[in-house]
Design a protein around this ligand. Structure first.
Ligand code: MN
Length: 202
């Protein structure tokens, strides 16, 4: 059973002006599709074929770089599309809102910490909000296509929000202005989806 590129849950231009249509088209249709195809090529005929992506990633240190990079890329982008929405933005409410206040002091304090993680990740990588094994929330970041599910991650946990800070995610519209892209991301965060992921992870 091969992995399949998931459809975008909205049209390419749905997140404008925060993320432009051309970037979404290339990012999903070329980059995410490429990770998916290369992951399938890397696991074809091995004992990883048929395993879930989570199972593969949690033991990723046992596999080659092709599985690490493309398995991460496959998983990370699927999460990324789902945690954005044209109806997103605003402040989280309910359990996730309360958990964020408890962990970081306030939503603004969380926003500052998450943004700092995204802006200071050198080179290519991701910023994350994760649920740790004790159920608490933490902000972390990973290089390349690594993620906090991986046994190689410094801070392990279940990611419930992720932001791609590779230049391919923002360069067409924002060029070198990564901080503006990070700021715009908060206008499209799908807190309903983050809340569902939080409920499933804790
Ligand atoms: Mn990407």
């Amino acid at each position: 059973m091969a992995f399949t590129l998931p459809d975008l849950p909205y049209s390419h231009n749905a997140l404008e002006p925060n993320i432009d249509a051309k970037t979404m088209e290339i990012h999903h249709g070329k980059h995410h599709n490429g990770y998916t195809n290369k992951l399938n090529a890397a696991i074809e005929g091995t004992d990883l074929a048929g395993k879930s992506i989570e199972e593969i990633l949690t033991n990723v240190s046992k596999h080659g770089n092709g599985v690490r990079n493309n398995g991460g890329g496959f998983y990370n982008h699927g999460l990324f599309w789902s945690v954005m929405s044209p109806k997103g933005g605003g402040n989280p409410s309910g359990d996730i809102g309360e958990a964020i206040n408890k962990a970081f002091g306030s939503f603004d304090a969380f926003k500052e910490k998450f943004s700092a993680a995204a802006k200071t990740r050198f080179g290519s990588g991701w910023a994350w909000l994760i649920v740790k094994s004790d159920g608490s929330l933490a902000v972390t970041s990973t290089p390349n296509q690594d993620n906090p599910l991986m046994d190689v991650a410094d801070d392990k946990g279940t990611p419930i929000l992720g932001l791609d800070v590779w230049e391919h995610a923002y360069y067409l519209n924002y060029q070198n202005r990564r901080p503006d892209y990070v700021s715009a991301f908060f206008n499209v965060i799908n807190w309903e989806e983050v809340s569902k992921r939080f409920a499933a992870a804790k």
